[in-house]
Design a protein around this ligand. Structure first.
Ligand code: MN
Length: 226
């Protein structure tokens, strides 16, 4: 006998390479973390503190299909390294931050760029541009053991043509610095995931496109726009 007034929805999960499931608590996304992408969006890449927005756990989608969303005529791909946390806390020092990492995956921060731009122009929150249905396609998670994600190629092709290309070493804020910063801002915890920003070359997709996202050492992510 439960005193829940509604059936409690299941917690969203991400598939692990070996068939297990990773339960997701929160989704943090860092903005402007590669200098060339920061420039292409019209900003100066400097060492201002990192900034974050959030998607909803239910927005993560391992299906390999991305339904073109409502309301937008300009939906962009952003290939990103996803970092999944096994534990958390507050005020975690950067030199202890990697102890909290469970694993990694390739992810896409799909963006309704036109709507995001309207919100920026009016000083309003970005959620309509970022936190929409199935806005974060994700590949299979790999456990962190034996992986060094401080460097390695991160790329995206669209219908086989190169679009985004960078290296994880080009992040303005490193993975441990992002975790340390987040833990001063929020209580971070097991199940939280971080999308760590995108390299240059973002651009629009249309129905029928196939995005192939790759990061050295991780399972590829192939997503069809439907
Ligand atoms: Mn992004």
């Amino acid at each position: 006998m439960s005193d829940m007034v509604l059936t409690s929805p299941p917690r969203p999960t991400l598939p692990v390479q070996d068939g297990r499931l990773f339960p997701v608590r929160r989704v943090y996304c860092i903005g402007r973390n590669y200098a060339e992408h920061t420039r292409e969006m019209g900003h100066d890449p400097d060492r201002d503190p990192p900034f974050y927005f959030q998607k909803n756990p239910e927005n993560l989608d391992p299906s390999g299909e991305f339904p073109y969303p409502s309301l937008s005529q300009d939906v962009h791909h952003e290939v990103e390294l996803l970092v999944a946390l096994r534990s958390g806390g507050r005020d975690i020092p950067a030199d202890k931050a990697m102890d909290h990492v469970w694993g990694y995956a390739v992810a896409l921060d799909m963006t309704r760029r036109d709507l995001q731009g309207q919100m920026k122009a009016t000083g309003r929150p970005w959620e309509i541009g970022k936190a929409f249905e199935r806005s974060a396609p994700v590949g299979r998670l790999m456990p962190a053991e034996g992986l060094n994600m401080s460097q390695g190629a991160i790329t995206l092709t669209l219908n086989g043509s190169p679009r985004q290309s960078g290296d994880l070493s080009q992040m303005i804020w490193s993975i441990p610095e992002q975790i340390a910063y987040l833990s001063r801002t929020y209580d971070i915890a097991a199940g939280d995931v971080i999308l760590t920003g995108t390299p240059a070359g973002v651009g629009p997709v249309t129905v029928g496109d196939v995005m192939e996202a790759r990061i050295d050492g991780l399972p590829d992510l192939s997503v069809r726009v439907v």
